[in-house]
Design a protein around this ligand. Sequence first.
Ligand SMILES: *Cc1c(COP(=O)(O)O)cnc(C)c1O
Length: 374
Amino acid sequence: MIPFNKPFLTGKEAHYLYQAVYSGKISGNGIYTQKCQKFFEEKYSFKKTLLTTSCTDALEMAAILIDIQPDDEVIIPSFTFVSSANAFVLRGANIIFADSSKESPNIDVENIEKLITPRTKAIVIVHYAGIAVDMDKVMELAKKYNIFVIEDAAHSIDSYYKGHALGGIGHLGTFSFHETKNVISGEGGMLVVNDERFTKRAEIIWEKGTNRSAFHRGEVNKYGWMDIGSSFLPSEIVAAFLYAQLENLETIQHKRIWIWNRYFNDLKKLEDAGKVKLPVVPDYATLNGHMFYLICNSYSERNNLIGFLRDKGILSVFHYLSLHKSPFYKDKHKRGELIWSDYYERRLIRLPLFWELKEEEIDYIVKSVNEFYR
Ligand SMILES: *Cc1c(COP(=O)(O)O)cnc(C)c1O
């Protein structure tokens, strides 16, 4: 069976784990945490980064930082992972679900403005499959209406919009290092603080509401309770694992992008014949090889293709279920149908994409998809 995903190990993880364990400091914010944060700050010019135990946690930190109050409104695409919305619901926000666009599962930027009200506090952007949303338009709206932009960049490591690294454009950005992402630490994430107004408070929220980070730097001679917060920082064990991955980022990215292009070129004929649609990468966006998806012509066709591939020993999967129709939110959603979100829920299929995927396996997967459509 060809799995859908297989975690990639660089070989250095166990070594760094050992070093972290025997260094005498295993809790968070030690040497490996600093190394990882520095890596991101230097490579992508992120102003301030904080490792977290997940992207979900980073999103929860973002909701605290922008001071979400009950009944504030947050605009979020319906076609995303629950955490993009849940983090704000935890603080009492009302979620205004936005539709995807006709061209891609990304939020339809042209339709954001009509969702804005005097209660709108923030817009959450998800760069689906690591392919950028048109951020100039989003940031223009944010400026015009004085609202915050949070980039849920969980898919988007090492991807760019007009030369700017994703996650570094909105006021805040969040990343995931969950086992299913390009770079992993089992569970793990990161908050990126791009707006300097949030830097100091972010560190306090991260450290259970205390100024322990400032204390460790010797800036204050005792630390205490300064604000609300939680235990958002990962242990050095997680950071050590992550660092081994970051050292190999280029190798990982090179291979994943190669696989992505291989799929794209090999399946182009099928698109030209009108059988499927392939991902669209706008001029302003780059690829990061996070995910390769196809859009089928109907729900039943998509499900049959998944079944057909499974019979051939290939695990392909669908993706998000529209959040506005979820059991938890359907009665709270008051804005009618979101046809494009439902369209991607019903027609999108993701093909296996992981570092160890072999050329023969890609050929076999492409051949099998073609066979289905013959
Ligand atoms: C994976 C993912 C998350 C959650 O990441 P965790 O690190 O598992 O919390 C959030 N948003 C999106 C878009 C994701 O793909």
